[in-house]
Design a protein around this ligand. Structure first.
Ligand code: ADP
Ligand code: MG
Length: 699
């Protein structure tokens, strides 16, 4: 019986050098790791082409024929080997730039070959560079069937003879060893039967050496399902475990503050969606269980008001509440709006950020510890160890996607008894990602914008339309509206970007001398930044030229135009966030995306999605498709706390939902996987958790 946890260096054909490469470059340390290193594509090798039909647009092809001549062209480093190859229907050229001495010596002009590679056109002739050559052995009838696997490899691997072909060779060696032993099944028989999953052993073999498409599909289905199933099973089991073991503060009082606020202070009627999520949250916080809830709502859907009312519930139940925002600008703004809305109520509220002075800080800490302070709003500064609460009952994290998992965990630990946690995010993430990254949280969704909002009109301009743009901006300014102009600021080209920003600022000042233009960027001191922001918020300045520091949360309902310069440098969700800064009042708002005339295909797609929809969920889905989930920009969790080997959160969303459903069914009868019949599931979950899925408690 072969132990698949054997060190990869013992595999025939590997040895210490390749073992090191495999480990460092591809994370392959054992036989098992290699088994789960899946191909990224398959090429059909059941079909032969004739040389005559080849054209340079074809992907990989194979032809059968003979070498008719061979010669070395050039000398030294420039030298290459070219051979003419014919199959009776036509002639093409085969070219080798590397290793040609060896190849020349080993090619045999008298035998028939199967040549495999990607055709291209050179000097009017079809050629294949570095083809794969296989001698046809007349003594064996070679029936080529099946799909050839292709593996991703890095430059370093390629240099160490581990290109796709090299990997395939290793795979062959491994499966030779596994010929007699079956890889043990990892799913219970009950499930494989019920769900018609093929045996793990067959699935792994077919994933690397499929005979046909049908077999490959069955293999992929089995392997993807298993991956997603265990992922969900683990998340859901942890959630059950937490719900059972952690008791929550019971907020059962509907008290004075909330009532007074609702009667006298609330600035507008709540939307139906706001009412619904407040109800869901209230139920949760009154249940005796500790709440861990995700509040999702598109930009401008009114999450702040929900946060405020939920904090009042905590205060009415004699607990403290805290609201953490990702930037100082946003924390300041929350503090201002919330203080304003709480006027006349006997709720004490304060602000703690990185720039809070020491003396103020000391005094604030004292009031916090004595319990005199009810609500604390702030930035990361809140999670410092010196910040201690009297009795923290509720933590709200705004724009959750900007924080890491660890930061959430630290707030959770702020109390002996964990507080209720509400995380809010305006970057709508695709359902499948939410199910996974936030898979152990309950979810509330605000799916309705406050009434009277007009959808933002989005247009895409090239730089040559700047005069039109200015005319339009002037007409908006004349109506009394305000304007954002945003420039990208990305680390590597920081200096250049700053120059663009500063020039943009001067340009706007010159173009609109009768209006006030203000500039904000990340390198300003917090107080400066705040003053500049305040200029714009108060309406003293009409044009704000800034970097993306205003990306999240900033709320100036009178601003009706968002101009995004060099829009090609922003990802979709960032563009959506920026656009969300306008359209917050009743006026028609506009977003203008400025780019160069020259654009990549991807940029073109992004611009077209932005002009076609304002629906954040649709944009998030499109974003995930364009960039892949591992790279959801602006999302700290983009570094998913686990890695998927074969399934894809964007492509396999239906399968993910199915897998989650099956996992739920299993857990419905056995929430913690304690029953003997589920022992295999439990073992497998534990094994996977230990191995690769390093997700700690998310909240
Ligand atoms: P986000 O969900 O992006 O955080 P905000 O909480 O900043 O959104 O709200 C966006 C704007 O909508 C703010 O100006 C806020 O005052 C306003 N708003 C919130 N709820 C309502 C409502 N029910 N009716 C009208 N306007 C609302
Ligand atoms: Mg907000």
């Amino acid at each position: 019986m072969i132990d698949i946890s054997t060190d990869i260096k013992f595999l025939p054909g590997v040895g210490p050098k390749k073992a090191e490469l495999l480990g460092n470059e591809a994370g392959i340390f054992t036989y098992e790791d290699l088994l789960y290193y899946f191909p990224y594509k398959y090429v059909d090798r059941s079909k032969f082409y004739s040389v005559r039909e080849l054209n340079p647009n074809m992907p990989y092809v194979q032809v059968k024929g003979r070498l008719t001549s061979m010669k070395t062209v050039g000398a030294g480093r420039q030298a290459r080997l070219t051979a003419t190859f014919s199959d009776g229907t036509g002639t093409m050229e085969l070219v080798w730039f590397k290793g040609h001495k060896y190849i020349k010596e080993n090619l045999d002009a008298s035998s028939e070959y199967i040549v495999f590679g990607k055709p291209s056109l050179f000097n009017g002739m079809i050629n294949i560079v570095h083809p794969e050559m296989e001698k046809v052995d007349p003594t064996k009838s070679v029936i080529r069937s099946g799909l050839q696997a292709f593996y991703n490899t890095t430059e370093k691997m390629k240099k160490g003879y581990l290109n796709s072909r090299g990997m395939l060779k290793l795979m062959q060696n491994l499966f030779k060893l596994l010929q007699r032993d079956k890889i043990p099944e990892t799913m219970p028989a009950e499930l494989t039967t019920k769900l018609k999953l093929i045996h793990l052993n067959d699935a792994l073999r077919a994933a690397h050496f499929p005979e046909n498409h049908k077999q490959l599909e069955a293999a992929q289905f089995r392997l993807k399902f298993e991956e997603l199933f265990y992922l969900q099973l683990n998340i859901l089991r942890l959630m059950n475990l937490r719900k059972r073991s952690v008791k929550g503060h019971v907020f059962k009082v509907v008290g004075d503050n909330l009532n007074t606020f609702y009667k006298n202070n609330i600035p507008f009627e709540l939307t139906g969606a706001q009412k619904r999520v407040i109800r869901e949250i209230r139920q949760d916080m009154g249940s005796g269980k500790q709440m861990n809830r995700l509040l999702q709502g598109d930009v401008g859907s009114g999450k702040t008001l929900v946060a405020l009312m939920v904090m009042l519930i905590a205060v009415d139940n004699s607990y403290q509440a805290t609201l953490m925002a990702p930037t100082e600008i946003l924390a300041n703004q929350h503090f201002e709006t919330i203080s304003e809305m709480l006027k006349g109520l006997s709720v004490s509220i304060d602000l703690l950020t990185g720039s809070t002075k020491k003396s103020k800080r000391d005094e604030l800490h004292a009031r916090l510890q004595s319990g005199e302070l009810n609500i604390l709003i702030g930035t990361h500064a809140l999670i410092e160890d010196t910040v201690k609460f009297h009795n923290l009952g509720l933590v709200i994290i705004d724009e959750q996607h900007r924080f890491g998992v660890a930061q959430r965990a630290r707030l959770w630990k702020k109390n002996l008894h964990p507080p209720h946690v509400l995380v809010m995010t305006a970057t709508p993430i695709p359902r499948t990602l939410a199910m996974t990254v936030y898979g152990d949280l309950d979810v509330s969704i605000i799916d309705e914008l406050p009434p009277g909002r007009k959808p933002i009109k989005t247009v895409h301009y090239f730089h040559n339309r700047r005069n039109n743009l200015n005319r339009f901006l002037r007409s908006e300014l004349e109506k009394g509206r305000q304007i954002y102009v945003v420039y990208p600021l990305i680390e590597e080209s920081e200096k250049m970007d700053f120059k663009n920003l500063a020039e943009g600022f001067e340009y706007m000042q010159k173009a609109f001398p009768e209006y006030q233009t203000t500039m904000v960027h990340g390198k300003m001191r917090p107080a400066e930044k705040d003053d500049a922001m305040q200029e714009f918020v108060s309406g003293r300045s009409q044009i704000l030229v800034s970097t993306t520091v205003i990306e999240v949360g900033v709320n100036v309902p009178n601003a009706s135009v968002m101009v995004i310069e060099s829009a090609e440098r922003f990802g979709l969700s960032q563009l959506h966030q920026l656009r969300g800064r306008v359209g917050r009042g009743a006026d028609q708002s506009f977003c203008i995306l400025m780019t160069d005339y020259k654009m990549s295909e991807e940029t073109r797609k992004r611009m077209s999605i932005m002009t076609q929809t304002t629906d954040g969920f649709e944009i998030a889905e499109a974003d995930m498709k364009l960039r892949g989930p591992g790279d959801l920009e602006g999302t700290q969790q983009s570094g998913l706390p686990f890695s998927l080997h074969i399934a894809s959160l964007s492509r396999d969303s239906q399968l993910l939902q199915y897998a989650r459903k099956i996992a739920e069914d299993v857990l419905a009868g056995d929430p913690l996987l304690e029953k003997p019949e589920n022992i295999m599931l439990k073992k497998q979950v534990a094994r996977l958790t230990a191995k690769k899925m390093n997700w700690s408690m998310i909240s």
